[in-house]
Design a protein around this ligand. Structure first.
Ligand code: SAM
Length: 231
């Protein structure tokens, strides 16, 4: 889809002004198209993500409909959720990442779509959402709207497993596996507040110091929140 297309259809409908934000995705999908399966090579040990995915998989009844937001290659999360017997819907902006996800998780349903488009009715409701290192791809002005939208996508009491890198940055350009991407983050107190303000209870939290295999990506603190939609 053209960039203009994202601007026309790629906006959350009715989420407190989400549709009025100017959305700039230039370069983001292209970077991940170029990165492809080097992403999994650069981030090999995903204990924190696996533990948070296990929490989500085990807390939901078998056969639950679960969204993997910004699913990337589908590894490890879409595969983990599908192996646990859930119906996985993966969404990503990058066609290259989606091809890998379809190969890695044949039972999953995968769509090329912008996070901001998920407010549209056609997506239906979900019992759970995994949002691992996906919202960090948005500018900060968008993240509260996106979280409200995820709240609206979940059934009451539905679960959200969220991860972010702990960093006080907004739409900040970083070199990433030979490409440039723009990322945002919060320090942990602020992240919890943003999540609570969007209508979630934070039921659990973990943090991990993570050193990627790749030398051009600096070590980071990863935050994992286990959230429940307040009614
Ligand atoms: C840092 S990766 C995380 C991938 C996966 N969730 C994981 O944890 O391994 C971010 C993913 O979000 C996708 N992405 C970036 N911006 C997006 C957007 N606006 N809408 C949907 N996906 C997006 C990228 O293509 C990439 O696959």
């Amino acid at each position: 889809m053209s960039e203009e297309g994202w601007l026309v259809s790629g906006q959350g409908q009715g989420y407190e002004g989400y549709d009025r934000l100017a959305i700039d995705r230039s370069g983001q999908a292209e970077a991940f198209d170029a990165i492809g399966d080097r992403y999994d090579e650069a981030f090999p040990h995903k204990e924190g993500q696996l533990a948070a995915g296990r929490w989500l998989a085990d807390a939901l009844p078998p056969g639950s409909r679960v969204l993997d937001l910004g699913c990337g290659t589908g590894l490890p999360t879409a595969a983990q959720l599908a192996d646990a017997g859930h119906r996985v819907v993966g969404v990503d902006l990058s066609a290259g990442m989606l091809k890998l996800a379809r190969d890695n998780v044949p039972t999953g349903e995968f769509h090329q779509a912008d996070i901001a488009s998920l407010g549209e009715e056609r997506w239906g409701r979900f019992d759970g959402i995994a949002a691992f290192f996906a919202l960090l791809m948005l500018p900060r002005a968008e993240i509260p709207h996106a979280l409200r939208m995820l709240h609206g996508l979940l059934r009451p009491e539905g679960l959200l497993a969220l991860s972010m890198v702990e960093a006080d940055v907004d739409d900040y350009a970083i070199p990433f596996l030979g490409n440039t991407i723009r990322v945002s983050g919060y320090l942990r107190d602020e992240l919890r507040q943003v999540v609570r303000d969007a209508g979630f209870e934070v039921a659990g939290e973990d943090s991990y110091a993570y050193a990627p295999a790749s030398t051009d990506v600096p070590p980071e603190i990863q935050l994992f929140l286990h959230c429940r939609r307040r009614a």
